[in-house]
Design a protein around this ligand. Structure first.
Ligand code: ATP
Length: 369
């Protein structure tokens, strides 16, 4: 059971805290993605799991063993960086076999293991080449081969395909997932690319400002974001936001769009959520592009605007609607949509999919544990 547990982990560099009170449980054989913007603490977290960096506080447990103070070489973890750290003077074969040689394993066994991993990674035809003769993708496969040959308990991958071109990144994403399944290693994968995270992760741990914001399966962080940061970071295009004020009329709570004063009548389940948070007056209304509908003018609960930009994405269109106050709402439409720039339109929302946030704290008021 190679699960990895981080308990109340902190990492400080002088006065700066790069990772704050991190509690994380990576399950055996799981593919966990650490996702967040540059500088949020992803690499530092990975380096602490590997043993290249020691935590300032807290505990790291690998496979039921407390490894907090253990050096990297004693943790049975493979670490693959974005910059492929290969020995330039050694052939691919010798680069891959290096970790086994240092363990004193006999030559015949090494030959068997190298051939096996090379076949899995489809690099058996380049074993005699030197790193400088290889493409970016092959270099990355060799680096992975070197990491995997020891059959580590865990694989840590830090933006391993970030430097590859877009088409190749897509291929490598699938390969890495297959490799993870074949090798059975618990994997922690760092990226700042949310598309990559959604595509690859069994679960995604979203970080920002040194703090874990939310952890969950891709569909959970997408449809049930815990706060405004997660809501805007996940999804492409991101969630739309409207600033609202809660007002009471005839004993009913309504939301007033601050942009043009239009009031929105809420279904009971949303009204109840706001009623439970009576102290809140400023509320951010969040809705994904696929949950906005273009409707005839005068439709109940609709906001008015005009088509500002149309993006043709092939299998759908993204239509930017500019509301009266300048707020832009992005709507996902079918490719056959006849809308044109400048058309006056009205929009409504799928109320079941609307997410409400406390504007000040950013916390969701509809989040479901
Ligand atoms: P990126 O994707 O840009 O690498 P990240 O989320 O991986 O971002 P980290 O590399 O973990 O971020 O860095 C988190 C913060 O800690 C950054 O502000 C970084 O400058 C700081 N930091 C990291 N290592 C050190 C160090 N050895 N000394 C001082 N500060 C550091």
């Amino acid at each position: 059971m190679a699960d990895i547990v981080l308990k109340n982990v902190y990492k400080r560099f002088g006065d700066f805290t790069a990772v704050k009170d991190l509690n994380l449980n990576v399950f055996d054989k799981e593919f966990l993605v650490l996702l967040g913007p540059s500088g949020c603490g992803k690499t530092t977290t990975l380096r602490m799991i590997s043993g290249l960096e020691l935590p300032s506080e807290g505990q790291i447990i690998l496979d039921n063993e407390d490894v907090t103070q253990k050096r990297a070489s004693r943790r049975d973890i493979a670490f693959v960086f974005q910059l492929f750290a290969l020995y330039p003077h050694l052939s691919v074969y010798n680069n891959i076999s290096f970790p086994l040689k240092t363990q004193g394993i006999d030559k015949k066994q090494i030959e068997v293991e190298v051939q096996k991993i090379a076949k899995l990674l489809q690099i058996d035809h380049i074993l005699k080449k030197k790193p400088k003769q290889l493409s970016g993708g092959d270099l990355q496969r060799v680096a992975l081969g070197r990491g995997l040959i020891r059959k580590p308990k865990a694989m840590l991958l830090d933006e391993p395909i970030g430097t590859l071109d877009a088409k190749f990144r897509e291929e490598m994403r699938t390969e890495l997932k297959n490799l993870h399944i074949d090798s059975g290693s618990t994997t922690v994968y760092v990226t700042h690319d949310q598309v990559e995270a959604m595509d690859m992760g069994d679960r995604i741990a979203v970080m920002n400002h040194s703090l874990l914001q939310q952890i969950g399966e891709p569909h959970e962080v997408y449809s049930n974001p815990k706060n405004l940061f997660v809501a805007q970071f996940i999804g492409s295009p991101g969630m739309n936001f409207l600033e609202m004020e809660s007002v009471t009329s005839d004993g009913k709570v309504l939301l007033k769009f601050t942009g043009d004063g239009t009031t929105i009548i809420l279904p009971d389940f949303l009204e109840e959520k706001i009623n439970n948070k009576k102290e809140l007056s400023k509320i951010t209304w969040g809705v994904r592009p696929e949950d906005v509908e273009i409707v005839p003018e005068g439709t109940k609960n609709s906001l008015r605007g005009a088509v500002f930009v149309i993006e043709n994405m092939g299998n759908h269109k993204i239509i930017d609607i500019k509301l009266k106050d300048g707020t832009l709402i992005r709507v996902r439409e079918l490719p056959k949509s006849k809308l044109r720039i400048g058309d006056n339109v009205s929009i409504t929302f799928d109320m079941k999919m609307v997410r409400l946030f406390d504007t000040e704290s950013g916390d969701s008021i509809v989040f479901q544990e």
